[in-house]
Design a binder for this molecule. Structure first.
Ligand code: XIL
Length: 361
């Protein structure tokens, strides 16, 4: 079923008894279709599991429009053992997206976190060479096939106490903070058509970390745009942690200030950490849903927000599940996403639809 703007307006005009499920959601209309009708590109991250899991493959293809390769395009996944890349999985992901008419986002070209061990042993001269080579090779290979690249991921991590609050790592060592503009300028020269994104974490948190990362990011974006660096969008990850302090209105003001620098805004890695919520699944799902609803309702009031992407679509493949399994003893099964382990819609999906509908003007 496709949904057009008129259907949505009719739906909003109809009085809804509280607790009534709007018909379009009850019929299982795809999240991607509802979002598209209100001008939002919706999607999720996914990775190589789609090659083995036919049901998940179908769900991704039907629910999403704009997807992100969760890991396959990252430096450490392309070059786990040394400088020469193995692009085979990334190639399959790019082909999967093309085959299903999904726009694909690349994450992440340059990230100071998670360097493979061999990279940590490289000299500064080698690092400088590898930085440029990685950008050139990766963007050339997929030129014209990637909707947007997270060129730099997570530039800030103030607890490490570097000047300016920048995140430590090999690329920072190689060039200092100038690695950021170098990456954007180089990426633009190799693939002038892709949208270049600066992606950051923690900004929705109203704690010391969130406040300092927001301040750093505002200054950085102002400087980059002032210097004519090609930067088209800011990605806000949105790994929501309801157990920490948050203030959606403060976040909206921050988004509005960012938009003032002439960039689009994408919510790039949305999920809701259910740690600390009750074990009871019904209660937990409603709490998760209500966080999705409130956050998206607030964020979608900002016209510059153009895309909402969840970090995987089903709990079956959430990175929180990965983390919980690695614990000793393994933790409770997390439920942070709009679809459950059985690939069934959860209240979170309904909440997202409700929030999207508020975007209709
Ligand atoms: C995570 C993936 O989800 C995991 O599968 C992987 O093991 C590590 O990276 N912020 C980011 C993402 O920018 O790239 C991270 O993805 C999650 C946090």
């Amino acid at each position: 079923m496709t949904v057009n703007r008129r259907d949505l307006l009719a739906l909003l005009a109809a009085p809804l008894a509280s607790g009534t499920i709007p018909a379009i959601a009850a019929e299982g209309t795809s999240l991607g279709a509802v979002a598209a009708a209100v001008g939002i590109a919706f999607g999720s991250a996914f990775d190589r599991e789609v090659f083995d899991d036919a049901d998940y493959r179908k769900l991704i293809a039907s629910e999403t429009r704009l997807v992100t390769a969760e890991n396959a395009l990252k430096f450490d996944w392309l070059r786990p053992k040394g400088p020469d890349a193995d692009f085979s999985t990334a190639d399959r992901i790019v082909e999967f997206a093309r085959h299903n008419d999904l726009l694909l986002r690349g994450t992440t070209l340059v990230w100071n976190d998670n360097p493979p061990p061999w990279l940590r042993r490289s000299s500064l001269t080698e690092l400088r060479y590898l930085f440029d080579r990685h950008i050139d090779e990766t963007l050339t290979r997929y030129r014209g096939r990637i909707h947007s690249w997270d060129v730099v991921n997570e530039p800030f991590y103030p607890p490490q106490r570097l000047p300016g609050g920048y995140r430590q790592g090999p690329w920072y060592d190689a060039f200092g903070p100038a690695y950021i503009e170098r990456a954007f300028r180089r990426a633009a020269s190799v693939d002038p058509a892709t949208r270049l994104v600066l992606n950051e974490a923690f900004c929705e948190q109203q704690d010391a970390l969130g406040i300092s990362v927001r301040a750093g990011l505002l200054k950085l974006v102002e400087r980059l745009k002032g210097e004519g660096v090609p930067l088209h969008a800011i990605g806000l990850q949105g790994h929501l942690k309801p157990a920490l302090p948050f203030d959606d209105q403060v976040f909206v003001e921050f988004l509005t200030r960012l938009a003032g620098f002439g960039v689009d805004l994408y919510i790039t890695e949305l999920d809701v950490d259910d740690g600390g919520m009750p074990d009871d699944i019904n209660k937990r799902d409603l709490m998760v849903a209500s966080r999705y609803r409130d956050f998206l309702k607030a964020v979608l009031t900002v016209p510059a927000v153009k895309a909402v992407i969840t970090w995987q679509l089903s709990d079956r493949y959430s990175w929180y599940g990965e983390l919980a399994r690695r614990k000793h003893p393994p933790g409770r099964r997390p439920r942070p996403l709009p679809y459950d382990d059985g690939l069934q819609r959860k209240p979170a999906a309904q909440a997202m639809i409700e929030a999207l509908l508020t975007r209709v003007k």
